[in-house]
Design a protein around this ligand. Structure first.
Ligand SMILES: *[C@@H]1O[C@H](CO)[C@@H](O)[C@H](O)[C@H]1NC(C)=O
Ligand SMILES: *[C@@H]1O[C@H](CO)[C@@H](O)[C@H](O)[C@H]1NC(C)=O
Ligand SMILES: *[C@@H]1O[C@H](CO)[C@@H](O)[C@H](O)[C@H]1NC(C)=O
Ligand SMILES: *[C@@H]1O[C@H](CO)[C@@H](O)[C@H](O)[C@H]1NC(C)=O
Ligand SMILES: *[C@@H]1O[C@H](CO)[C@@H](O)[C@H](O)[C@H]1NC(C)=O
Length: 638
């Protein structure tokens, strides 16, 4: 009996629910809404889908006069969306509450599993959408959630809504990645104006770009390619960089041309530097000298106040102020990316060379000054000595004395004129020996530096009035920015840096070897000019090889080298010493002591018997590489 009564009760309950009229269901639903003035014709004594004139506002009906949907748009509704009550409408297919004032979490629409579409857009819904919010909604085709304040991730259950055609999530605060949508029929997935990141799934890559815009960290088609995964981004960056480089080149070419033109059109030779305040002073200086300004206004040391002070590192020179230097007529000696140098003739007489360096911030101010004082204490007949320096964060000036005969590079490779004939062999020998002496002095005085010179090349060997060499730009490695040094400084073009990324105590010897070969052959190691890390050094090595191999049987020595008679044997020894110094294998390469000792032994003339006999008996000390070539036949040009 008890069981029968239970069954009856259940049947009664079921009957009662299904029997509840749509009128009652909707009125119950309306009860949980607030601000529902727009629904005033929802009347208990009428049917929502009755065919008389009072069809309920916002109710969509089927042909059979059952409720198919609710379209409660633009009504300023608030309160609660009572989904549980709507479950009693079996034919409900679509719901729209678009453009109202609903807030709080998204209604749990999952229970209305036969919904084809719903529109919650333009409300104030907020919070995370549960990841399973759309689970089991196999009939859904359109989901509009845009223009709310939803946060958190896009629910992955959306990817399982198999019939989905349109999904709008735009203008919310969604974050994380876009899940991997695979539905075939997807026509619209608008996620623009969120905080999404990561790559756009491939399946969406053909969609309109505007659906993904407004997300700072989204990438991949149809947006820009992602940095890490696709090389195209790299290509774009390279293209941009290339364009900048080209533009910079064009601009600087224009600047150079303009400067030249300006110079030509200057009526007077007595032109002021930008900082000169007293033109008379300049005028009283040798007016035939070509003047030049100190560079562009922003970078000129004079433009940012002239109160910077020169710090003198030596006591034995006349003191002067930075202003004196700036006021002096200046002439560009050379300008490179690494540093530009100017010649400045002081009013009081001395002529100084000022080198400007930009990227010299490897150490702080104190350490920089300490290092400068250390360099200032160095004194040797074959060193161009530092006189003073000027420190500013973004610019350093190093002041030294002007040296009469320019650089070894200009003597070797400059245009031959009656005033500048090729250097003869005795002079070249003296220059190499002087470099050797200066170099070993640096080794001894700067023992803490692995590479005491670091930038030894022919343009950093200056020649005084008697053509004795003076080394310049030494000891700078500790203070130059690392990447700048790697790009431009000779030490970083050595084979050991190329192969092992390190420099050794023999690195300067290698540069010295290159220098020796350059002095003897007159061939310019042009690859020094090229910057950058990769490729350059091996080119330099191949330059060395070209000296050995291709020229070995030809006319090795510089045709412009005079006075070589009776010196061929010694010249050959010097050539081999050069090769020994730039031996790629560090083990085989001479160290500085041996290099200097061997070189200082060499003479101008072969017929110096004491020397010759002792040296010849030593047999083969030369590079095995060189000796494998048979039949050395040198024709020395005289
Ligand atoms: C409902 O409709 C009937 C007749 O159309 C009307 O008399 C009645 O006042 C309405 N009730 C409400 C609550 O609007
Ligand atoms: C929202 O509704 C108001 C009227 O209530 C209307 O003026 C406005 O255009 C609607 N906005 C949207 C986006 O539908
Ligand atoms: C709500 O307002 C928008 C914009 O004004 C309009 O396009 C839409 O048709 C309106 N909805 C209804 C049901 O009137
Ligand atoms: C996509 O979303 C943006 C931002 O809300 C909107 O401006 C745009 O009209 C939407 N486009 C489509 C086709 O839904
Ligand atoms: C993105 O959202 C902000 C704030 O909701 C809105 O001001 C802006 O117009 C939206 N942008 C687009 C493209 O819809």
């Amino acid at each position: 009996m008890a069981s029968w009564s239970l069954i009856f009760t259940l049947l009664f309950v079921c009957f009662a629910i299904s029997d509840a009229s749509e009128t009652d269901v909707l009125l119950k639903f309306k009860d949980s809404l607030a601000n529902d003035a727009a629904l005033s014709n929802w009347n208990a004594s009428t049917n929502p889908c009755s065919d008389n004139k009072v069809r309920w506002i916002g109710v969509l009906c089927t042909k059979d006069r059952t409720v198919m949907g609710l379209q409660l748009e633009n009504m300023s509704l608030t309160g609660l969306v009572d989904v549980d009550t709507l479950m009693a409408l079996p034919d409900l297919r679509t719901l729209s509450f678009s453009n109202n004032s609903f807030d709080g979490p998204m209604p749990n629409l999952k229970q209305l599993s036969s919904l084809r579409s719903f529109f919650l857009s333009y409300n104030r819904f907020s919070g995370e959408i549960p990841d399973d919010a759309f689970l089991g909604m196999g009939s859904l085709k359109k989901i509009y959630l845009q223009q709310n304040s939803f946060s958190g991730k896009i629910p992955t259950s959306l990817t399982k809504v198999l019939k989905l055609l349109e999904l709008r999530l735009d203008s919310n605060q969604l974050e994380g990645k876009i899940p991997n949508f695979q539905q075939k029929g997807l026509q619209l997935v608008n996620v623009s104006n969120n905080s999404l990141r990561g790559s756009v799934p491939k399946s969406l890559s053909k969609m309109d770009l505007s659906f993904f815009s407004g997300n700072k960290a989204l990438c991949g088609e149809p947006l820009l390619a992602c940095k890490t995964k696709k090389p195209t981004m790299l290509v774009i960056i390279i293209a941009i960089v290339a364009i900048f480089v080209i533009l910079a080149a064009i601009v600087s070419a224009i600047v150079v041309v303009l400067l030249r033109l300006r110079k030509k059109h200057q009526p007077s030779k007595m032109r002021r530097t930008p900082c000169s305040t007293n033109p008379k002073k300049v005028a009283s200086y040798d007016a035939t000298k070509q003047n030049y300004n100190w560079g562009s206004a922003e970078t000129s040391p004079c433009s940012k106040g002239q109160n910077g002070k020169l710090v003198f590192v030596r006591d034995d020179r006349e003191k002067f102020e930075l202003q004196d230097l700036l006021r002096a007529s200046a002439e560009v000696l050379g300008s490179g990316t690494f540093g530009s140098s100017y010649k400045a003739a002081l009013f009081s007489g001395p002529v100084m060379v000022v080198k400007r360096f930009k990227l010299m911030n490897n150490v702080g101010k104190e350490d920089f000054q300490e290092h400068m004082r250390r360099l200032g204490r160095l004194q040797h007949p074959n060193l161009s000595s530092l006189v003073a320096f000027y420190y500013r964060k973004d610019e350093k000036l190093l002041v030294s004395e002007f040296v009469q005969n320019g650089s070894l590079a200009s003597q070797l490779h400059g245009k031959r004129t009656p005033e500048m004939p090729g250097l003869d062999w005795p002079t070249r020998l003296r220059i190499i020996k002087g470099v050797a002496k200066g170099l070993i002095y640096l080794y001894n005085e700067l023992p803490s530096l692995t590479v005491p010179h670091g930038h030894l090349k022919s343009s950093n060997v200056l020649l005084n009035e008697s053509f004795d060499p003076l080394l310049a730009d030494y000891g700078l490695i500790p203070i130059v920015n690392k990447d700048q040094a790697e790009q431009y400084m000779v030490a970083y073009k050595s084979p050991e840096y190329e192969q092992y990324n390190r420099t050794t105590k023999k690195t300067d010897v290698w540069s010295f070897g290159i220098l020796i070969l350059e002095v003897l052959t007159g061939k310019f190691p042009e690859n020094y000019l090229k910057q950058g890390k990769s490729g350059t050094k091996s080119n330099l090595a191949s330059w060395v090889n070209s000296v050995i191999r291709e020229e070995w049987t030809g006319e090795v020595f510089d045709k412009d080298m005079k006075d070589t008679k009776h010196g061929e044997g010694e010249m050959l020894k010097m050539l081999k010493a050069g090769l020994q110094c730039c031996e790629e294998d560090i083990e085989k390469r001479w160290d500085i002591d041996e290099a200097v000792e061997r070189i200082l032994e060499l003479r101008e003339r072969d017929d110096d018997e004491d020397y010759y006999s002792s040296y010849a008996s030593e047999g083969d000390i030369y590079s095995s590489r060189a000796m494998t070539e048979d039949g050395f036949s040198f024709s020395v040009h005289t």
